[in-house]
Design a protein around this ligand. Structure first.
Ligand SMILES: Nc1nc2c(ncn2[C@@H]2O[C@H](COP(=O)(O)OP(=O)(O)O)[C@@H](O)[C@H]2O)c(=O)[nH]1
Ligand SMILES: Nc1ncnc2c1ncn2[C@@H]1O[C@H](COP(=O)(O)OP(=O)(O)O)[C@@H](O)[C@H]1O
Length: 198
């Protein structure tokens, strides 16, 4: 259900038009896992590939999980106005290339972004039609277990991400919808319904 438009205003999105869906949530909650599961079942669903200054993790490929750029390359993307939004997260910069997102929306195709809280806020400000979805962990303990269990970050990076996670969890009320990632299958199906729905 959509909230009714405030009195005197028309709804921002005409019925039937696909729009932008933003998936956010604390590091380690399972955003990448859920999106990967969804895209295995629905390869036609397009996910924006962000640019980042973070180093690739083992198995990550340039242009697939991210476009991996150095600091100068990221500065250039900002200077040229090529990013729809960008943010610094746990010591690295991440941004959404603007062109591919706008082209798909213009063609009437749904767009999914998996970005952090600061990015979600920028998208909300720039594109009020966007639907903001918060992926929440079943509990704080489970979030710590997942982030630690993934084994991709050293302890000091995990600490930084957990500090950021406390801030992100407090921002949940800003989002349109919350999905609790207890089961990857369930939450992927719920996300698919939101992305496909106008
Ligand atoms: N603002 C913004 N955040 C992003 C973007 N791409 C990824 N992120 C977020 O950056 C954070 C760190 O991502 P990453 O280093 O891949 O770690 P992980 O999410 O813990 O696997 C996550 O919250 C991502 O959602 C982007 O283009 N813009
Ligand atoms: N529903 C779930 N139940 C149990 N473990 C999960 C679930 N979703 C994700 N995980 C695990 O949690 C860890 C973090 O998931 P990941 O997708 O990398 O998180 P994020 O992209 O939000 O940082 C991974 O080891 C992943 O396998």
């Amino acid at each position: 259900m959509e909230a009714a438009a405030p009195r005197g205003e028309t709804p921002a999105t005409p019925v039937g038009r696909p729009r932008l869906t933003v998936l956010s949530g604390p590091s380690g909650v399972g955003k990448s896992t859920v999106v990967a599961h969804l895209r295995r079942a629905h390869p036609e669903l397009w996910l924006s590939v962000s640019a980042t200054t973070r180093a690739p993790r083992p198995g990550e490929r340039d242009g697939v999980q991210y476009f991996f750029v150095d600091d100068a390359g990221f500065d250039k993307l900002i200077a040229n106005g090529e990013l729809l939004e960008w943010a610094e997260f746990a010591g690295n910069r991440y941004g959404t290339p603007r062109g591919p997102v706008l082209r798909r929306l213009e063609r009437g195709e749904p767009v999914l972004l998996e970005i952090d809280l600061q990015g979600a806020r920028q998208v909300r400000a720039a594109m009020p039609d966007a639907r903001l979805v918060f992926l929440a962990p079943p509990s704080w303990e489970e979030l710590v277990r997942r982030l630690t269990g993934r084994g991709t970050e050293p302890p000091e990076v995990i600490e930084r991400r957990l500090a950021a996670a406390r801030v992100e969890l407090a921002a949940e009320p800003e989002f349109d919808t919350t999905l609790i990632n207890t089961s990857v299958e369930h939450v992927s199906a719920e996300l698919l319904a939101l992305v496909s729905e106008s």
